[in-house]
Design a protein around this ligand. Structure first.
Ligand code: NAP
Length: 334
């Protein structure tokens, strides 16, 4: 029988995931939705033949909801994830798990007290075919022990409300998670370097930035984050190991001979770049919920990302190398 899913937050990614559950994935049906904007929630509910719950908390407690998806704004995630844990329901929470490391820790404490993993965080890059090939290159030893990694995260442009810290909390947060996963290592320090500023950035945004991360084994990761790169949405990652190098493949695209040029189009939309990863991620979650277990990125991963992001933001402000300390990982996440 299909699991009955309740979705809290019917904005951009919420509606995208609801479309996935309804049209692309199998084993789940969205029975209820909720949003602070009741009109939006009712419209989305009508489109899928479900119902609009009055509040997120009512949705979590409802008998017609087996598992919860949280796609509301980040500041609401802690409340809804804690309520789902209290109700003993599995919950998929879009990143960030919560907006502070302390709030992520409260979620970890509640889940550990519950005694079973219930939470999966939406770090979808772990489900991208290219990153999975990179992971395979590492785990099969084909490049030897990874020593360093060079990454780039470039967006064509950002809105005027995008601020310097968001380059970390909204953008590099994906590299923070995926590089931890690829190297199977924890971070110990962060530093930020500001290159010459692009004339395309607003007065309140330092762009580009270079984020330098160091892991406990001594590996070094540099991430160029450049959110007004104009030419496209471009994600790069190159792992340098003791015996070889592994590079993230370019997204497949038609090779064109046109207008005197030979080449492929560069994507401009992040949703297009990771569309396949979101599908695999949520199908994996449905399968895990159906099997009564949680397998994807955990609350601990959400917490580790939040602690690292905090250190990066502190490094932005102070210009110093900032130490990263996660503390003891609970047995539930080992
Ligand atoms: P969005 O379009 O603003 O949608 C968020 C929705 O939540 C809006 O409908 C908003 O209503 C609603 N909301 C606000 N407060 C609420 C509350 N207390 N209870 C229930 N609903 C509430 O944002 P989005 O782009 O979909 O992003 C949502 C989350 O997904 C964010 O945490 C974001 O970081 C994450 N995200 C992750 C990825 C990824 O790559 N994994 C990609 C995109 C987004 P109002 O508009 O009326 O405030």
């Amino acid at each position: 029988m299909a699991i009955r899913v309740g979705v809290i937050g019917t904005g951009a990614i919420g509606q995208d995931h609801i479309r996935r559950f309804s049209q692309a994935l199998s084993g789940a049906v969205v029975t209820a939705v909720s949003d602070i904007d009741d009109v939006r929630a009712r419209k989305v509910a009508k489109d899928i033949g479900g119902r609009a719950a009055a509040t997120g908390r009512e949705l979590i407690a409802a008998d017609d909801v087996d598992a919860v998806v949280v796609t509301s704004i980040g500041s609401t995630h802690e409340e809804y994830v804690l309520a789902a844990i209290a109700a003993g329901k599995t919950v998929f929470c879009e990143k960030p798990l919560a907006t502070t490391a302390a709030a992520c820790k409260r979620i970890i404490d509640a889940e550990v007290k519950h005694g079973k993993r219930l939470v999966q965080v939406g770090f979808m890059r772990r489900y991208d075919a290219g990153y999975r090939m990179l992971k395979n290159a590492v785990t099969t030893g084909r490049i030897g022990t990874p020593l360093m990694a060079h990454c780039a995260h470039r967006n064509p442009a950002v809105g005027d409300n995008y601020t310097t810290d968001m380059a970390i909390t909204d953008t590099v947060i994906h590299e923070i998670d995926v590089m931890r996963w690829l190297l199977d290592d924890e971070y110990v320090s962060a530093q930020i370097i500001y290159p010459k500023k692009t004339s395309k950035a607003s007065s309140h945004l330092a762009d580009p930035q270079i984020v330098l991360l160091e892991t406990s084994s001594g590996a070094r990761i540099d991430v160029e984050v450049f959110v007004n790169a104009v030419y496209g949405y471009d994600i790069q990652c190159e792992l340098v190991g003791e015996t070889g190098i592994a590079r993230l493949p370019e997204p497949s695209n038609v090779l064109m001979r046109s207008q005197g040029q030979l080449g492929v189009e560069i994507l401009t939309d992040w949703k297009q770049r990771f569309i396949g990863a979101y599908d695999v991620e949520l199908q994996d979650w449905i399968n895990a919920v159906t099997a009564g277990k949680a397998t994807g990125p955990s609350s601990w991963d959400g917490y580790a990302a939040a602690v690292t992001a905090d250190a990066c933001v502190k490094a932005q402000i102070t210009g110093k190398i900032v130490e990263i300390k996660l503390g003891e990982k609970p047995a539930l996440y080992r």
